[in-house]
Every structure is written in structure tokens, then in C-alpha cells.
Design a protein around this ligand. Structure first.
Ligand code: LLP
Length: 434
């Protein structure tokens, strides 16, 4: 096991946040997501510190979609982070968790009128406008000039899974820079009543390792800003989105937040100077990189099934309901046996989930020590896009999130009960459905 977050092996046992993983499994049951609070704080602080040093005029907005609950905002807000939200629900949670509304950027390619009204009422700092009608709806409901930036598609091909790539020419996100629609749209809204046009946003994809992809985005965005400024349009904010990759498997070698950010900050300063544009307020929106390696998922191994001459499945008590990423994106993971974390990997298993789908396999062909029913298996780097993408498929309960910190543990999100699963069910047309 390489370095995943701050995981340690002590007396052959995996520990996280100073807690023994198998003891957490015993105390809280499985499956559970475990979240190392200090690890997330450390990464978030790294973003703030490096931008303070290298750039000065910036906002780090945590991308809520990676892991959204009041507890995470409660940890990040005191560090001065804002939030990127994409729905009324994320906005509500961010406010409940203590994020300053002025530091909220409201994204989304199809915000509803009621979401827009809600965001205006609570005073979100900035809308990231992503459709023509959105600007009209904001203009109609805003009582004072509302700050907006415009999501553009700079057309950058980042090397990542095609479903998490967002700036290909046919993307549903943003106004295209290449065909002139972005410029046209900005010119059309900049003098609209109650619209305070302040800048531009892009997001080139997720789980990106190459710093060059961000450099190309900066090149294209600063070219575009220069073009707008020539037309007399002031651009105060440049939002470069998130996308910074993390380690899921030993072969992954992500840069550190310091490296990603120092590079982008320097590159942006040089580009701005060369193109003669005002240095914009820089917004970055890391999601996965703040929470991803802070999370692990603990499972209990159940049935083990060998198909002669083909493979051996070890089934766990989770599956695609709590981690849909392998079936959606062919995502790969590393796992360790919690109490034999440094034992020799002698056997090959496919780790199957418990959902009624052949495709519900969490890890294909991983080498592990010999497994037995009852072993606690830890899958690493599950802090981002796991809880937030979980479902009740097959009416499985979404696992709780247990926070760990300095050797202590506590719920961050409580477990769902069977009663929770039927709470909103009603028998239609019946007497008690009133
Ligand atoms: N900003 C915008 C506008 C975004 O669309 C995203 C992610 C982010 C920031 C945060 O990106 P991050 O730093 O987390 O890479 N469900 C997929 C990832 C989808 C990402 C969508 N947008 C997954 O599980 O890999």
C-alpha cells in the first residue's frame, strides 16, 4: 500500500485518524464510510496557503458534489472556504453547515426558477450562469444587482473518463468560446437590469493528473478575457473549476494541491501579464482532492465463490448502492484486509457487491491475502463521490459516515434505518394518505 491519505499500518492493522479500522467496524457495523477529518482540513488548508503565497486574490470553493453534509462545511468554513453548489439541496446544506452565503458560487446547467429565487433570497455571492433563460430569471427576481459569472466551454481535452470530461465541443455545460456564443451571450447580458456581470468560469473535467491540461485552460480563458476586455467588458473573476486528481491505486501519481495550485497561479500571472489583462480574482473549486483520500469504506466479507479455472468472487455487504463508480466509470480501487494490512497478497479476488446485478463488482481481480467470511475489508480513497452518489437501490440503506479524529470517532451522518426507507411511502388512494 502506497501513501493513501494519512492511513497508517500499526501492528499489522490499518488505522485511520488514530482509530483501528476493525474496531470501527465492530463498533458501528459495516458497511460504513469512515472520514478522516484532519486529512480533509490539511488538504483544504494547503489550497488556501499556497494561493495566499502565490496569488493573493482568490477564493477556494469546496465543490459540494464530492461529499455534501453539514459536517464537512462545518470543518471547512472556519478555514475561509466558500462552496460550489449545484442545487437548492446543496445550497441549503451549505448554509446549515455554516458557509457564508457570500462565498457561495451557484453552478448548474438547469437551475429551476424556485432554486434561483431561493438563492437570491439567501444572498448567494455569485451565480455561475449556464443558460440564456437563467439570466432572464435572475434579472426578473433580483431586487438589487446580482453578481454573475458565465460558464464557458473553452474546449480543452483533459485525459479522464469521457463521462467526467466536461469541455468537449458537445458538452451540455457552458457557452462555447470557439463558435462565438460565449461572447455573444456575455454582451447580451452585461447591461441587463440587476445583472452584475463579473467574470467567466470553466471546469475541464475531473481526476486530472496533468498540469498541462490546466495550463491550456488558462491560456484559452485568458485569451477569451483579453477579447472581452478589448470590447470594453470588465472581467474581474476567473473561476477555473476543480478537477485535481487523487490516488485510487498504486499506479496513480497525483500532484499535491501545492503543486497544482502553484503551477496554475504562476501560469495565470504570466499569461495575464503577457496579454495585458487585469489579474482576475481566482476561484478554484476542488472537491475530490479535499475529501477523496480522507475517506475509506469498511465492509465485511461474506460469501466466497470460486468459478473453476475462471475467478474467485469475494462478496461484501456493500455494492453499487454505496459506490456506483466502478459500474459507471470503470473506476479502480485498492483494498486491504483491515487486520492483516501488511500481509502478503497471495490470492486474486473480484470483490462483488450485494446488489442484484452482474455488473455490481467493486474491484476486478485484486491481489489480497487469503480471505475468509467475516474479514473486514477496507477500500481506500472513498471520501469523494461515494456518499454523495449513493442510492437506496435494492432498498439497501445508505451507510453512515463515521468521522475519525485524533483517535476518536463519532457519526458525521447517521445510519438509515428500515423505517427511514419507508418513511415517505404511502398507499395511494387510501384513507390514511391524507
Ligand atoms: N467545479 C465544477 C463546475 C464541477 O463540475 C466539478 C465536478 C468540480 C468543480 C469538482 O471537481 P473535482 O475537484 O471534484 O474533480 N462523479 C464523478 C465526478 C464528477 C465531477 C463533476 N464535476 C466521479 O465520481 O468521478
Amino acid at each position: 500500500m502506497k501513501n493513501y491519505g494519512d492511513l497508517k499500518i500499526k501492528d499489522h492493522c490499518l488505522t485511520v485518524g488514530g482509530c483501528k479500522a476493525s474496531a470501527l467496524a465492530e463498533k458501528y457495523g459495516t458497511p460504513i464510510y469512515v472520514f478522516d477529518v484532519n486529512r480533509a482540513v490539511k488538504t483544504a488548508k494547503a489550497y488556501v496557503d499556497v494561493l495566499e503565497k502565490e496569488y493573493g486574490n482568490f477564493t477556494v470553493c469546496y465543490a459540494s458534489k464530492a461529499f455534501c453534509c453539514t459536517g464537512i462545511y462545518n470543518v471547512l468554513a472556519p478555514l475561509g472556504l466558500g462552496a460550489d453548489v449545484v442545487s437548492g439541496g446543496e445550497l441549503y446544506t451549505a448554509l446549515k453547515g455554516g458557509i457564508d452565503p457570500k462565498r457561495i458560487y451557484f453552478h448548474g446547467n438547469n437551475k429551476s426558477e424556485s432554486e434561483i429565487k431561493y438563492a437570491l433570497t439567501v444572498g448567494v455571492g455569485c451565480f455561475v450562469v449556464d443558460s440564456i433563460d437563467e439570466a432572464d430569471i435572475i434579472s426578473k427576481h433580483a431586487r438589487a444587482p446580482q453578481r454573475v459569472i458565465v460558464r464557458v466551454n473553452p474546449g480543452v481535452e483533459a485525459h479522464t473518463h469521457r463521462f467526467i470530461q466536461t469541455t468537449m465541443p458537445d458538452s451540455k455545460f457552458g457557452f462555447s468560446v470557439a463558435d462565438g456564443t460565449a461572447k455573444q451571450f456575455i454582451l447580451s447580458i452585461k447591461d441587463k437590469p440587476n445583472i452584475d456581470f463579473a467574470g467567466v468560469a470553466c471546469h475541464i473535467g475531473s481526476q486530472i493528473f496533468e498540469k498541462q491540461s490546466f495550463e491550456i485552460a488558462i491560456d484559452k480563458m485568458t485569451d477569451f478575457i483579453a477579447e472581452l476586455e478589448k470590447l470594453g467588458v470588465k472581467v474581474k473573476i476567473l473561476d477555473l473549476g476543480g478537477g485535481f486528481g487523487i490516488r485510487y491505486i498504486d499506479e496513480d501519481n497525483p500532484l499535491t494541491p501545492e503543486q497544482y495550485m502553484a503551477n496554475s497561479a504562476r501560469y495565470l500571472k504570466a499569461a495575464a501579464e503577457q496579454k495585458g489583462i487585469t489579474l482576475p480574482h481566482l476561484v478554484v473549486e476542488p472537491g475530490r482532492s479535499i475529501v477523496g483520500e480522507a475517506g475509506i469504506t469498511l465492509y465485511t466479507v461474506g460469501s466466497i465463490k470460486t468459478i473453476k479455472d475462471l475467478k474467485t468472487y469475494a462478496a461484501v455487504d456493500g455494492g453499487m448502492f454505496e459506490n456506483p463508480r466502478p459500474s459507471m466509470y470503470d473506476a479502480e480501487y485498492t483494498a486491504v484486509v483491515a487486520d492483516r494490512a501488511d500481509a502478503e497478497n497471495t490470492n486474486t479476488y473480484s470483490i462483488a457487491g450485494k446488489c442484484c446485478e452482474s455488473g455490481d463488482v467493486l474491484i476486478k481481480d485484486i491481489k489480497l491475502p487469503k480471505l475468509s467470511r467475516g474479514d473486514v475489508l477496507a477500500v481506500l480513497s472513498t471520501g469523494a463521490y461515494h456518499y454523495s452518489m449513493a442510492s437506496n437501490y435494492n432498498r439497501n440503506a445508505v451507510p453512515p459516515v463515521v468521522a475519525v479524529k485524533d483517535g476518536k470517532s463519532d457519526y458525521m451522518i447517521k445510519p438509515q434505518t428500515y423505517e427511514d426507507l419507508v418513511r415517505n411511502d404511502v398507499i395511494p388512494f387510501s384513507e390514511n394518505n391524507k
